[in-house]
Design a protein around this ligand. Structure first.
Ligand SMILES: Nc1nc2c(ncn2[C@@H]2O[C@H](COP(=O)(O)OP(=O)(O)OP(=O)(O)O)[C@@H](O)[C@H]2O)c(=O)[nH]1
Length: 388
C-alpha cells in the first residue's frame, strides 16, 4: 500500500465486504521506515534493512495474444534488472516452456530456469504472496516480479490478494495489471457473447488493466486499429494503451508503473476527461463534484455501490464495479484523499495538501458492469457537505 515519507500521510486503511478491516495502528511500519533499534542485541541482515517491497505485475491477456512473447522479451532484453517471471501453469508448447530446463528447487517450483542475466522463470501451482516470498528466500530478491495468470480469466481476485497483502507489510506489493490484446482478433474477442450474468473474459481483462498492449499491430489496418482502440477506451477510460509488434514495449510501460501508488493515482485522475460511454455493458463512468464532501457519507455511498450493488438504496441489476479510483475533497481535511478499489476491496489514503486558492473538486472514475446512469447525481445528493 502506498505510504509516504511524512508521518501523518499515507496511512492506509483497508476495508473489504467481509468486514476485514485493517486498522492503521495494526499496519506495521515498512522496514525502511522502522525506528532504529536502541539495542544492538538483535542483528538484522543488511539486505533486510532497506528492503522495499518488490513490485508485482500481473500479466493477463486472451489466449494467443502475445503474453509469452512479452515475457520472453522482458526476460532476455538487455535491461540489467533481475526479473522473476512466475507462471502458474505452462501453456502447452509455449516458447518459455520450450526453452526451459527442468530443475528441482523445492516443492513449490516444479520447473524453473535461471537465465544468464540473473532473471528467473518458474512455474508454481500456488501463485500466492507466500509462494513468491519463499522463492525470494531461496533465490534472493528480485527487482520485479511478473505473474502470468495463464488460465485465469479473471485477474481480479489475484490483484486483490496482492493488494491486501501489501497493506500487511509483505515483501511484495502490487504494481499494476498489464493486459496484452491481440490487435487482429481483439475486437471479435471483446464482442463474443456469453450467457447472461457471465462476463466476457476479454472485457474483464481490459476493464482491470492499468496498461494495455495492442499487440500484433503489424497484422491490422489503421481503421481496424482505431476501431479496437475506441472499443478498449470505451470499456476502460483509465488504462494507458500502447501499440506493439511482438510485444516490444519500453520496460517502464509495464514494470514499476506504481498504479496503486496513491500519489501517482492523483496524476492519472487529474488527466481524466469527464466522459461516459453508454454503449457497453462494461464501461467507464467519470464525474466531478465541486465543493467538499462528507467522508462518512462517501464511505457509505461507496460501500452500498461496491458491496451491495445498490444506488440510492435501490438494487441495480447486474451491477459489478471492477475498478475505481478517485480524488476526494473531504470536508475539514486540508489534504486530498485518494481512494482506489479493486472489486469490493477499497482503500483510502491522505496525500498532498490542497492549495489555498485551489477549488476543492472530487473526481471519481468507475469501471464496471451495468453501472447505472445517475451515479454523479446520486453522489452529489448523498455526499456533498451541507452546513444545514
Ligand atoms: N504477427 C505477429 N505475431 C505475433 C506477435 N506477437 C506474438 N505473435 C505470435 O503469436 C503467437 C502467440 O503468441 P504467444 O506469445 O505465445 O501468445 P500467448 O498470449 O502467450 O498465448 P497463450 O500462451 O496461448 O495464451 C506466436 O506464434 C507468436 O510468435 C506480433 O506482434 N505480430
Amino acid at each position: 500500500m502506498a505510504s509516504s515519507d511524512e508521518d501523518d500521510e499515507g496511512v492506509p486503511t483497508l476495508v473489504d465486504a467481509t468486514g476485514s478491516y485493517v486498522p492503521p495502528e495494526l499496519v506495521p511500519a515498512p522496514l525502511s521506515q522502522a525506528e532504529p533499534s536502541s539495542s544492538a542485541a538483535v542483528p538484522v541482515a543488511a539486505d533486510q534493512v532497506d528492503a522495499k517491497p518488490v513490485p508485482v505485475t500481473i500479466l493477463t491477456g486472451y489466449l494467443g495474444a502475445g503474453k509469452t512473447t512479452l515475457l520472453n522479451y522482458l526476460l532476455t532484453a538487455n535491461h540489467g534488472y533481475k526479473i522473476a517471471v512466475i507462471l502458474n501453469e505452462f501453456g502447452e508448447g509455449s516458447a518459455v516452456e520450450k526453452s526451459m530446463s527442468v530443475g528441482t528447487e523445492g516443492e513449490l517450483f516444479e520447473e524453473w530456469l535461471e537465465l544468464r542475466n540473473g532473471c528467473l522463470c518458474c512455474s508454481v501451482k500456488d501463485v500466492g504472496v507466500k509462494a513468491i516470498e519463499n522463492l525470494m528466500e531461496k533465490r534472493g530478491r528480485f527487482d520485479y516480479v511478473v505473474l502470468e495468470t495463464t488460465g485465469l480469466a479473471d485477474p481480479g481476485p489475484i490483484a486483490s490478494m496482492f493488494w491486501l497483502d501489501d497493506a500487511l507489510c509483505s515483501q511484495v506489493k502490487l504494481d499494476g495489471v498489464v493486459t496484452v490484446m491481440d490487435a487482429k482478433y481483439g475486437l471479435q474477442q471483446l464482442k463474443e457473447e456469453r450467457p447472461a450474468h457471465v462476463m466476457n473474459e476479454a472485457v474483464r481483462q481490459v476493464a482491470l488493466a492499468d496498461r494495455i498492449l495492442l499487440n500484433k499491430i503489424d497484422l491490422v489496418s489503421e481503421a481496424e486499429r482505431d476501431e479496437l482502440r475506441q472499443a478498449v477506451q470505451g470499456i476502460n477510460g483509465l488504462a494507458q494503451i500502447v501499440e506493439t509488434s511482438y510485444a516490444k514495449v519500453p520496460m517502464d510501460f509495464v514494470l514499476g508503473i506504481q498504479a496503486f501508488d496513491q500519489t501517482k493515482a492523483e496524476a492519472v485522475l487529474a488527466a481524466q476527461q469527464g466522459h461516459t460511454h453508454d454503449d457497453a455493458t462494461v464501461r467507464t463512468v467519470t464525474f466531478e463534484q465541486a465543493g467538499p464532501v462528507d467522508e462518512r457519507a462517501v464511505e457509505s455511498w461507496l460501500e452500498q455501490l461496491l458491496w451491495e450493488g445498490m444506488l440510492d438504496g435501490q438494487a441495480v441489476a447486474g451491477l459489478e464495479v471492477l475498478r475505481a479510483k478517485g480524488v476526494l475533497a473531504i470536508h475539514g481535511q486540508d489534504k486530498r484523499v485518494i481512494f482506489q478499489a479493486v472489486r469490493e476491496l477499497y482503500d483510502k489514503t491522505t496525500t498532498s495538501e490542497w492549495e489555498p486558492t485551489e477549488p476543492r473538486i472530487t473526481r471519481m472514475v468507475f469501471i464496471g458492469r451495468n453501472l447505472p446512469d445517475g451515479m454523479a447525481e446520486s453522489f452529489a445528493r448523498n455526499c456533498l457537505h451541507t452546513t444545514a
